[in-house]
Design a protein around this ligand. Structure first.
Ligand code: TEU
Ligand code: CA
Length: 544
């Protein structure tokens, strides 16, 4: 193993502050609310919190459109609250990882307000402005949130680039002044004592829009090596890049320690397995478990000692995994939620737990677009309606993959609004909070929460989980995902039946085993020569 970093042994918990805990009854989560829940997170055993953006923002994209990087969003509280959160978390050995959103700012950021004033303004080339071509957009680059990536600005008669919403103009990273402003801002937060950064769509900062290049541009790694040197390089911070298009080769460029860039990246190859090839996330297809086995196993081995994996099923952009690939009905909700936890948390890499995942929170279907908050879903709805898609099909796509599924308020207890707020929640609470909530999980020693808590502890107590070699077991039924982790003279077998049917396991090499480390059904001995796995059954065994 290479040198040991703290971020290789901990689980990270992602908080979407707007939906975590409201403390002042305005229906919007806030920093004081998070502070009030730190004991819960310490009990879960996590070592860091990735905080989705808390900076000043008009909330066109719920905080991913920043108007002041060095001040706190009014609804979330004050800089004093932020300093208190960092200090209170530190007392509980929990680091705060900030969300670094520097591919773009809000159009209400002072830099853009100046930039759009005139072509010769000092801030003009902080952003990407282009003349019309034949009276139209400079090229056919598209925004992730629908439509052209170019917005016409009548003041100067030019277009500006926005790969996301019109209110999220892309920064011009070729401009050294932009980079220096980012370094200054990052050092402002490092001086505040943050534990690292999650870097929003960081693969886009090397874009070359005139050539239609967005991700993985030629200067991307130069910028990241400059960032490393100018800010966190000589400190023990967790830095994780969000890199949608990364392959293992590209991931090694970001996370090979000798390149002095980042600790790790979020890659999303597994997240694309239930969308039709060459289509959008909205164009659904069933998950192939064999494909999932192949993709996750590839990533477990491909980085070798030239990088480090992040492990996740969920985040604030993804549907809830128990609804997406498990079974969120009453029969298999708990066992399938636990299966995902056992399968993922005993792999090699840093695991990320998204708020509510640890209690099996589910998707929250809507009937109509009026119930939807997320700009991405709303823009897609209107775009596809205009293209003639049936409304029912569009709503079905939103219910399967829409980002609001991950953003309904955290379900703390069975009191009104699930204990999230005493006011009116900014987004509907999932009606199943009556049975799916933290209080109920804490009381039940066999709950999903206690499965996560035990897995996090297994990682902290066993070097095998952090460093062990990964080997996929090929000889299993297609929907059974089994792998071995080996370290020194220790071997663990992890098995997950990704199916609502029973499946038979026949691993004659291992025979009778009775050292069960964790399971989602009662289990003490397993004859691996012939074992009938129950629906969604998962376990980990220390092999003799
Ligand atoms: O997401 C990057 C991104 O492209 C996602 O929006 C994704 O493509 C889409 O949601 C489909 O799943 C990051 C943030 O995580 C997201 O919340 C922001 O909306 C986006 O960047 C812009 O900052
Ligand atoms: Ca509030």
């Amino acid at each position: 193993q290479g040198s040991i970093h703290w971020w290789q042994t901990v689980a990270v918990y992602q908080i979407y502050p707007r939906s975590f805990q409201d403390s002042n009854g305005d229906g919007i989560g806030d920093l004081q609310g998070i502070i009030s829940r730190l004991d819960y997170l310490q009990d879960l055993g996590i070592g860091a919190i990735w905080l989705s953006p808390v900076y000043k923002s008009p909330n066109d994209d719920n905080g991913y459109d920043i108007s002041d990087y060095e001040d706190i969003m009014t609804e979330f509280g004050t800089m004093g609250d932020m300093e208190e959160l960092i200090a209170e978390a530190k007392k509980r050995q929990i680091k705060i990882v900030m969300d670094l959103v520097v591919n773009h700012t809000s159009d209400e950021h002072q830099w853009f307000i100046e930039s759009r004033k005139s072509k010769d303004n000092d801030y003009r080339d902080y952003y990407i402005w282009r003349d019309p071509v034949d009276g139209h957009e400079p090229n056919d680059l598209r925004s992730t949130f629908g439509g052209s990536a170019w917005q016409f600005d009548s003041v100067s008669g030019q277009y500006y680039l926005h790969l996301f919403s019109k209110k999220q103009p892309d920064l011009n990273w070729e401009n050294l002044k932009v980079r220096e402003q980012v370094w200054d801002m990052m050092n402002f937060w490092i001086d505040k004592g943050v534990g690292g950064f999650r870097m929003d769509v960081i693969d886009l900062i090397g874009k070359e829009p005139d050539k239609g290049i967005t991700g993985n541009g030629p200067k991307l790694h130069d910028y990241l090596q400059e960032m490393n040197k100018q800010t966190f390089g000589d400190k023990e911070l967790l830095t994780v890049g969000e890199t949608w298009g990364a392959t293992p080769e590209i991931a090694k460029q970001y996370s090979d320690p000798s390149r002095h860039e980042l600790s790790m990246v979020f890659q999303f190859e597994h997240c694309g397995l239930d969308q039709q090839p060459d289509k959008d996330k909205w164009d659904l297809q069933a998950l192939s478990v064999p494909a999932l086995k192949q993709v996750l196993s590839k990533w477990q081995t491909a980085l070798g000692d030239k990088g480090w994996n992040s492990l996740f099923w969920n985040n604030h952009d993804l549907p809830r995994i128990v609804s997406r690939w498990g079974d969120d009905g009453p029969k298999y909700h708990d066992v399938s939620a636990k299966m995902f936890a056992i399968l993922l948390h005993l792999m090699k890499g840093t695991p990320y737990v998204y708020q509510g995942e640890e209690i099996g929170m589910t998707n929250c279907p809507v009937q109509g677009i009026d119930e939807v908050n997320d700009i991405e879903s709303i823009n897609m709805y209107h775009e596809r309606l205009d293209l003639g898609y049936p409304k029912e099909q569009i709503i079905q796509s939103i219910n399967a993959k829409g980002r609001d599924n991950a953003r309904t308020p955290m379900q703390w207890n069975d009191s009104p609004h699930a204990g999230f707020t005493t006011g009116t929640p900014w987004l509907h609470v999932n009606p199943n909070y009556k049975t799916i909530n933290v209080e109920q999980n804490l009381k039940d020693p066999d709950s999903i929460f206690h499965t996560y808590k035990k897995l996090i502890r297994l990682r902290l107590e066993n070097p095998l989980v952090v460093w062990g070699e990964y080997t996929l077991i090929e000889d299993t039924p297609e929907n059974v995902f089994a792998y071995v982790r080996s370290y020194a003279d220790e071997k663990w077998l992890i098995v997950a039946n990704f199916d609502h049917q029973k499946n038979t396991l026949a691993l004659s090499d291992y025979g009778m085993q009775d050292d069960v480390l964790i399971s989602n059904y009662p289990l003490s001995r397993v004859d691996l020569n012939h074992y009938e796995l129950k629906p969604y059954e998962a376990f980990a065994i220390k092999l003799k």
